[in-house]
Design a protein. Structure first.
Length: 218
């Protein structure tokens, strides 16, 4: 048995039944469920992100705030329909120069054949709700204002902030979860999340555990 120097639940949050939230009907008319991300979701999540963003995703400035980091604890979400992963949204710990605990949202993506059914909106709403419950002050993202404006995001207070890499300033948006949370925010946005353990070792351990034959009791 391969032993890791860290518990697997430190890598991805484990969902519980009472935390599930249902959205509008998804593929085949069935409801989609929003739950916490599981280790078994990783391959499907990555396939959805590759499909949505292609090779460009690794070059995005937001990725500089996510690379080699774990998502904020309890704030990685998956949309599923009939046990199939059809959407993803994660939040990441950041600092914006004023001492307030903040988050970066993204990437948010939904499988091509499950789009235009409210699943992306449900993922964003769940992320905002749980971030507020956990006491975070604000959420930032790089995205389209016409879409994210419906959730309260705007560029009104992000002008003093910069991203670690090329980006379009008008697409740097923020939502204050606490009034005045962005007052005094300035300069470069910095990643503050937990360092990521070696993902290859983690996935290897999980896959070995899943594939190992079960021994019958003597």
């Amino acid at each position: 048995m391969l032993r890791l120097p860290f518990p697997l639940n430190e890598l991805l949050s484990v969902s519980s039944a009472h935390e599930d939230a249902r959205t509008r009907p998804g593929r085949n008319g069935h409801m989609a469920t929003i739950r916490h991300e599981r280790l078994s979701d990783v391959d499907a999540r990555e396939a959805i992100l590759d499909q949505a963003f292609g090779e460009e995703r690794a070059r995005k400035s937001s990725e500089r705030l996510r690379e080699r980091r774990l998502p904020a604890e309890g704030l990685a979400f998956t949309a599923v329909n009939e046990r199939r992963v059809i959407g993803t949204a994660r939040l990441w710990n950041i600092a914006c120069g004023n001492g307030e605990p903040m988050l970066l949202l993204g990437p948010v993506a939904v499988a091509c054949d499950a789009q235009r059914r409210g699943i992306g909106a449900a993922l964003v709403e769940r992320a905002i709700r749980d971030a507020r419950k956990r006491g975070y002050a604000a959420i930032l993202l790089v995205g389209d204002a016409p879409y994210y404006g419906r959730f309260g995001f705007s560029a009104e207070k992000t002008a003093p902030l910069t991203m670690p890499g090329p980006y379009e300033p008008h697409r740097l948006l923020a939502l204050e979860l606490q009034p005045g949370a962005l007052d005094g925010a300035h300069d470069m946005i910095v990643a503050t999340g937990r360092p990521q353990p070696n993902p290859d070792v983690t996935l290897l351990a999980a896959r070995r555990s899943q594939r190992a034959p079960r021994r019958r009791a003597a």
